[in-house]
Ligand binder design. Structure first.
Ligand SMILES: Cc1cc2nc3c(=O)[nH]c(=O)nc-3n(C[C@H](O)[C@H](O)[C@H](O)COP(=O)(O)OP(=O)(O)OC[C@H]3O[C@@H](n4cnc5c(N)ncnc54)[C@H](O)[C@@H]3O)c2cc1C
Length: 455
């Protein structure tokens, strides 16, 4: 008898798990209450990157004269950009749906919850109430933006991330609350599309979790392009005025008024209405479902993957977790399953300059007193960066001084999100700096700076 595998949530984690398990012979049902492809993925991650790409062309055009062109002044076509964003997300949704259909996965459009350890109840829009038996269950329900009690979110003037695209209008003056990865991407996105932007930074450093040198590089660029930073201020109130303006009040008495406010202050797991208590599935104090190496919760046949697992909230991580959970359900864990080391996950921030990092950061090593070797090469000495007209930024490699093993790295500059893959492969596979330095690379290429930093 095939294994009955029921998946709640059709984001990157759920779709990847469904596809893997179906390929391995499971009878798979996927329950999704919004959009196959995932709400966080298709309503946040992908649209934000698509709009950043449009803004990037405007920024590039502003620099075009440096490459020997007459000054270019393209203007934003808002309707065309909206259409483009919708076409991209529609395409990804269709691709996921077709993939699952071709593999015989039953997709139910509706909201599911556990009713005991082996039954899923679904309120389906098309099929009414459905009861499903499961030998194994995957919770892949993702997360949603956190909304503080003091924020009157209306989707018009006071926005959550996923309400900001595709936008009806480009904000005249956007006030962004939250200076983590999401907050700074929004600053960059709307600044490049023509908004005046103010960023409220609760500490003294934007991107507080990142290497200070990396954060400083972005801050320099923000200030150079007119972004206003309100540092050491915590937002604690928002008032929408009759004239359409919005004022944010900070805990130190400072006020900032703009045309729109965007909240980017973290997310909450979608776990509270899943009936987890009926099956005895434990959550942590914030509602995330703790998991082991195979993505199992405390109940061995109930798995969790993606944002709801409380590990790194990245689509890239959700994909791998979904695949891993499905393989374990199908007994493939007996084959050597490499230890999934979340500390070695690469991540990127799609700002300008782009930022990416992987593994151990210099500041992190310093904080725990670990001996490291740090080498840094600026793009200003890289031929390709000069040719492209954008020599900002640097590559920094952190390695073990005794063995030469690459422990981590940060990249600030053009194509950082692509280049970091090389360092991610090195970190994951314990390659040494000499392995990078002795590789025969292309010339002229930005990647040459990687080899140089590895020397
Ligand atoms: C602004 C922003 C930008 C981002 N940019 C990036 C990026 O550049 N790179 C990156 O790797 N990650 C990025 N992320 C993070 C990424 O989007 C998430 O980590 C990823 O989508 C998580 O996948 P998931 O499958 O866990 O959840 P989701 O993609 O949210 O999918 C979960 C699905 O489950 C459904 N669901 C919830 N409850 C139920 C239920 N009871 N029954 C049925 N269905 C249910 C939801 O509707 C949703 O569709 C970004 C996030 C944000 C907010």
């Amino acid at each position: 008898m095939p294994v009955d595998f029921v998946i709640l949530g059709g984001g990157p984690a759920g779709v990847q798990a469904a596809s893997t398990a179906a390929r391995l012979g499971a009878r798979v049902t996927l329950v999704e209450d919004n959009v196959v492809g995932g709400s966080a993925n298709l309503r946040d991650c992908i649209p934000s990157k698509a709009m950043i790409a449009t803004g990037g062309v405007l920024t590039l055009a502003a620099r075009a004269h440096k490459l020997g062109l007459e000054r270019l002044e393209p203007r934003l076509d808002l309707a065309a950009m909206r259409e483009r964003v919708e076409a991209i997300t529609g395409r990804i949704e269709a691709t996921s749906t077709q993939l699952l259909a071709s593999q015989g996965v039953r997709v139910i459009s509706g909201r599911g919850r556990l009713d005991g350890a082996r039954t899923i109840e679904v309120d389906s829009m098309e099929e009414g109430s459905i009861s499903l038996h499961a030998d194994a269950i995957l919770l892949a329900t993702g997360s949603r933006p956190r909304v503080p009690t003091w924020a009157p979110v209306d989707g018009k003037r006071v926005l959550l991330t996923r309400q900001a695209y595709p936008p009806e209008e480009i904000p005249e003056h956007l006030v962004v609350i939250g200076s983590g990865v999401t907050g700074v991407e929004f600053v960059h996105m709307f600044r490049s599309l023509g908004s005046k932007v103010t960023l409220i930074v609760s500490r003294q450093q934007i991107l507080p979790q990142k290497d200070p040198e990396v954060a400083a590089a972005l801050e320099t660029d923000f200030l150079a392009t007119g972004v206003r930073l309100l540092k050491g201020a915590r937002a604690e109130g928002i008032e929408v005025h009759d004239d359409g303006t919005v004022t944010v009040a900070c805990d130190d008495g400072r006020m900032v008024t703009g045309s729109h406010v965007l909240l980017a202050i973290g997310s909450l797991p979608n776990s509270e209405s899943l009936g987890l208590d009926t099956a005895g599935v434990q959550t942590d104090t914030r509602g995330f479902v703790p998991i082991n190496q195979h993505c199992q919760s405390n109940i061995p046949h109930i798995y969790a993957a993606g944002d709801v697992s409380g590990r790194l909230p990245l689509s890239s991580v959700a994909f791998v977790q979904g695949r891993r959970a499905a393989e374990h359900v199908m007994g493939l864990h007996t084959r050597e399953h490499r230890h999934l080391d979340y500390d070695k996950a690469a991540s990127a921030i799609f700002t300008e300059p782009e930022i990416a990092d992987v593994g151990l950061a210099e500041a992190e090593a310093f904080a725990v007193g670990r001996k490291i070797r740090v080498t840094k090469v600026p793009f200003a000495t890289n031929a390709r960066a000069l040719i492209n007209g954008d020599p900002r930024g640097f590559i920094k490699i952190v390695s073990d001084p005794a063995t030469g093993v690459v422990l981590g790295g940060s990249i600030v500059g053009e194509r950082a999100a692509e280049l970091i893959s090389v360092l991610a492969v090195a970190v994951t596979n314990n390659l040494r700096v000499t392995d990078l330095a002795e590789s025969l690379l292309v010339h002229p290429a930005l990647a040459e700076a990687l080899a140089e930093a590895a020397e």
